[in-house]
Design a binder for this molecule. Structure first.
Ligand SMILES: Cc1cc2nc3c(=O)[nH]c(=O)nc-3n(C[C@H](O)[C@H](O)[C@H](O)COP(=O)(O)OP(=O)(O)OC[C@H]3O[C@@H](n4cnc5c(N)ncnc54)[C@H](O)[C@@H]3O)c2cc1C
Length: 592
């Protein structure tokens, strides 16, 4: 069975050397936060993950969740692990101190999240959803709702959920049917939601559901949806969980992966209506929910990285142990000596390092947008966050499908059977391209809102920065081939953008037909950018004789591999983009 260990060296290199954590915190006025504190926090997170949370990964997968008269029962050990997670203060790490949070940067929270996700994805989605619910409530809730609910959600005593999906309303939220009618100081919410993650469990004293529903006078479509807070237990006069609300889990799904996390069918209002409270303005619920979804989308991208990284660790250990081949002296050698196994390991290593770089860079942009003293700068950072979000969600989760599959391939037949745990990482990763909006939906967001929406202005700014990095690499002996590859990638990005802006006006099918290829192209190029920056930084440190020489040299080789084997895929994506929708849309339904 595999052991788990967070890749501290790579993470700290990205956070400290690439992003400049200390400078970021200092400029943002976070005087007490620095890289030393970051290391200590990650070390502690790693300890809890290793000793308590990771060992439950297989338990959750094999045991799954059950239902009894109290509702959903989580897998054995989960409740105790969650208690320790809460008692150690982990849920409150990145939140506002006003409501009991610790006020730590998002970047630090993201690194800690990688620890939880890679140790046990099914467990980690519970705090992830609470996190998103807190974000939405903080931004859109009334002062009364915030003071009643946020402290216990931030501490993790109560967990949160996200209730969007209904049988007829998946990607198309305009079709939502759940209803809410006003009654005294609250609303009565009725209807059914499906696929609700951690919709019920016994690990916390209360569960706070954020639910999309329609008011009686609501206009049709997405502009007629409102957001409601519906607690599992109504609060008594002391603000403590009291009477049971009319919301229940009626069944749980049996599924391919993340089996330790309950996926619930939720019934609201079987006995007349669940008591709910409006969050934000009537009919503007989707906007409020987007606060939650955007945070969750970056986190789901991070899940792709986390599982790829754990799968890599395990495959690497196997490749060093598994003997298949005999030397001329009669001794047997491990499979890591085979170039093809090296190829797969290097794809996994370089892919995960590029994913980590991009995910952390995007998290740092969230911090910068919050910490900037100049409002114009804050807007610039916010625009980058918006652009990165679908790329982080889409590219990281899609690449995870390939990388976790190599994790199995490296194990040979032992990867296909469940014993090694490698198969679980692959199965768990499969959901990441589906929930929080499928890759197709991320591509629609990227193309429609983030590229065509501003005529490519924010993307053009990013591509220019990438070109500057390519030039910097060109000027360093030994790194110019990396610079050339990055330049080609950035040129492919610019060409795809120009083509798209030109063609999308003429043909309605263009945006939808080329979106995913465009997203993947930009993912490979952004990944190449952080890798290029890493090679430059490693070079500076090597010249200065500063840092771990073996790590820095390995980083440069890993960057080179990425530029030779993953970055060129941007060119193939460009060819697909420029092929446009014609052959895709040519067949009649009957011809399929
Ligand atoms: C394990 C699990 C946990 C989940 N957790 C939650 C949760 O906590 N809360 C919640 O509300 N929901 C949750 N979901 C639901 C999840 O978000 C949806 O499954 C997802 O958004 C896709 O919707 P759908 O399943 O209806 O697929 P559909 O919308 O039917 O999509 C089917 C296919 O059509 C494509 N498609 C649909 N519309 C478009 C379009 N406009 N453009 C291009 N392609 C399109 C999709 O990309 C996909 O390939 C969960 C689902 C699962 C399986």
């Amino acid at each position: 069975m595999d052991d788990y260990s967070y890749p501290y060296k790579d993470a700290e290199f990205i956070i400290n050397e690439l992003i400049g954590f200390d400078e970021m915190c200092e400029e943002g006025g976070l005087d007490d936060v620095n890289s030393e504190l970051l290391s200590a926090i990650l070390e502690e997170a790693g300890r809890l993950a290793n000793e308590v949370i990771a060992p439950l990964n297989v338990v959750g997968d094999q045991h799954g969740v059950t239902m009894d008269e109290k509702g959903v029962r989580e897998a054995p050990g989960f409740a105790d692990a969650y208690r320790q997670f809460v008692d150690n203060g982990w849920p409150s790490l990145p939140f506002d101190e006003k409501y009991g949070g610790q006020g730590m940067p998002k970047l630090l929270g993201t690194a800690a999240e990688e620890v939880w996700q890679s140790s046990n994805l099914a467990f980690s989605v519970c705090p992830l959803l609470t996190h998103g619910a807190v974000d939405a409530l903080e931004k859109h809730g009334s002062e009364e709702l915030k003071s009643l609910y946020l402290p216990n959600m931030i501490s993790g005593e109560w967990t949160g959920t996200m209730n969007l999906t209904e049988p007829q309303a998946g990607s198309d939220l305009a079709a939502i049917n759940c209803r809410a009618v006003s009654e005294a100081d609250h609303y009565r919410v009725t209807g059914q939601k499906i696929f609700i993650t951690w919709g019920d469990h016994q690990m916390a004293d209360n569960i706070i559901h954020l639910v999309l529903a329609r008011l009686p006078d609501a206009p049709e479509g997405v502009h007629g949806i409102s957001l409601f807070l519906v607690p599992k237990f109504l609060l008594d006069e002391n603000g403590q969980p009291g009477e049971r609300n009319d919301v229940h889990c009626v069944s749980v799904e049996h599924k391919l992966g993340i089996r330790g996390s309950p996926t619930c069918v939720m019934a609201f209002g079987d006995k007349g209506g669940a008591t709910g409270y409006l969050v934000g303005e009537p009919h503007r619920g989707l906007l409020a929910m987007f606060t939650m979804m955007n945070a969750a989308r970056q986190s789901v991208g991070l899940q792709g990285l986390s599982l790829s990284s754990r799968s890599y660790q395990q495959a690497l250990a196997w490749a060093k142990e598994r003997l298949q081949g005999t030397r001329s002296d009669g001794t047997r050698f491990p499979i890591i000596d085979y170039p093809d196994v090296r190829r797969m390991l290097m794809l996994m290593k370089s892919g995960t390092e590029a994913m980590r770089g991009l995910a952390y860079l995007a998290a740092a942009e969230i911090d910068r947008s919050r910490l900037a003293s100049d409002p114009q700068q804050a807007i610039g950072h916010e625009a980058r966050v918006e652009l990165y979000t679908p790329i982080v969600k889409g590219w990281l989760s899609e690449l995870a499908q390939e990388l976790t599959s190599y994790g199995i391939q490296i194990h040979g037949g032992m990867g296909f059977v469940e014993e090694t745990g490698s198969a679980q990482h692959y199965r768990d990763a499969r959901i990441t391209t589906i929930y929080e909006g499928t890759t197709g939906i991320q591509a629609n967001d990227l193309i429609g809102r983030k590229i065509l929406g501003d005529n490519g202005e924010v993307l053009a700014g990013l591509l220019q920065e990438i070109q500057v990095t390519a030039k910097d690499l060109n000027g360093v002996e030994g790194l110019s081939d990396i610079g050339r590859a990055l330049q080609q990638g950035a040129d492919a990005g610019a060409e795809a953008m120009r083509w798209l802006i030109g063609e999308a006006k003429e043909n309605r099918d263009v945006a939808g037909a080329v979106g995913v290829n465009c997203l993947m192209l930009l993912g490979y190029v952004c990944g190449g950018w952080v890798m290029g920056l890493s090679a430059l930084k490693a070079e500076r440190l090597l010249v200065a004789g500063d840092g771990d020489e073996a790590f820095l040299k390995a980083k440069q080789v890993t960057v080179r591999f990425y530029c030779e084997h993953l970055l060129p895929r941007a060119g193939a994506c460009l060819a697909s983009v420029k092929a446009g929708p014609e052959s895709m849309m040519a067949l009649s339904e009957e011809q399929f």
